[in-house]
Design a protein around this ligand. Sequence first.
Ligand code: FAD
Length: 467
Amino acid sequence: MSTPAPDPADLLVLGGGPAGLAAVWKAAQRGLRVVLLERADHVGGMSASFEVDGVRVDLGSHRLHPNTAPAVMADIRGLLGEDLQTRPRNGRLRLGETWIGFPLKVGEMLRALPRGMAAGIARDVLASPLRQADADTYEALLRAGLGPTVYDAMYGPFASKLWGLPGERIHGDQARVRVTADTPGKVAARLLRGGRTGNGTEQGRSFHYPRRGFGQIVEAVADAARLAGAQLRLGAEVTRLDARTDGVTAYLSDGSAVSARRCFSTIPVTALAQLSGRGPFEGPVLHFRAMTLVYLSHAGGRWTPYDAHYLPQEGTPVTRISEPANYRDSADDPADRSVICVEIPCMVGDETWTMAEDQLVRLVRHTLSDTGLPPVSCRAVHVVRLPSVYPVFDLDYAGALAAMRSLVTGIPSTVSFGRLGLFAHDNSHHAMAEAYDAVDALGPDGSFDEHAWHEALRRFAGHRVED
Ligand SMILES: Cc1cc2nc3c(=O)[nH]c(=O)nc-3n(C[C@H](O)[C@H](O)[C@H](O)COP(=O)(O)OP(=O)(O)OC[C@H]3O[C@@H](n4cnc5c(N)ncnc54)[C@H](O)[C@@H]3O)c2cc1C
């Protein structure tokens, strides 16, 4: 094993997604000597972009939401300038045998919803004062709040596909962080408001997106961090972390080591515990849902005019199909083809995870024809498998998370945050905001303001996710 470098950095950051990149950028701006270690050969984590058949694509549908914290939004605008576009959302949702516009609009819902479903929703709205949740589960909360018709047509089957569990085995916290309009009153208010917020933006109906794909954000942050003096090491997988009260040493798979006075970790919290030798664990454990992404390049221009198609219903494991070129207005996108990205949540090692490419393509083709979507005239196929995508809030998760957090809090000189570092369903702008708070808690003498961080963690618990 090689000897750690004699002169430790001020800060070591594990993981080069939005959280890690924002942390090294802000810390380097403050004059700290920072090193980032990222396992992949590129930056961005789940927020990266890459090319398929000459078209820039993301890892599933990604949008920058208008509720991004002002400080984060100002920085992203400053980095991207005119390349950060504001676009109207233009998605569709499959309800029963019908496609309706998503986000939902009152007029279209009245026109397009199947009669039986509309009558069921009307009955559920009238009966809503009489319903009460009889358990703290996803199903009980949403059945009571939104009514059985909407739950059975949409939220129930969608949850089973996204998180791999029936709604009665998913914790109520999942509904609280994911479903902001969870009563008929809130749904009606949102529909009637047309998605407008008090500050004039169209929350939920418009979004921001960079001209060169969502990954342009993380690429710009990485460039800014390098310019500020941060060292970004790619292809650098951390296999062990020796954390002491006087600093940390990370050991890499290539045999090298990096030492620093303090460590910010944005890798999955379970991996951090393992790398730093915590465990073995007893009792309930935390699970992450994986995702298989199938990219098909379609010959003949745009496949549809829509940005995303949401598929909550049973009968296909596919949850969403997006067409990245429709998220932006870019002369760089070729006119003769378009790439679609098909999201299939799964578990590592299950039937979907191990499915061969030709079987995946067949599955996608069946899904398109079963749901009335146009066929793809396929020029190229690309498959990506992501092992840790969605934290699973099963009924035991709260106890398992509390135990994991207390264990990780005990790792000296180390702080864990980011989507997988907090085991939260955070958006990328939340992950960046967490990094800003972590850097703010760093004192000039290398100390860390635990009280300020504790307060920040309480704020993060209020994050609400948008799709
Ligand atoms: C399908 C999908 C759709 C989404 N849609 C949106 C959206 O519309 N808008 C939005 O804002 N967000 C969206 N998100 C969420 C967004 O992708 C994440 O919030 C964001 O990427 C989290 O950033 P992070 O830095 O916390 O973690 P990550 O992006 O997961 O980065 C963690 C990094 O750690 C690295 N790493 C792990 N282990 C090691 C190790 N041992 N050594 C070194 N490096 C390691 C990984 O390679 C990775 O690069 C979506 C996510 C998914 C999966």
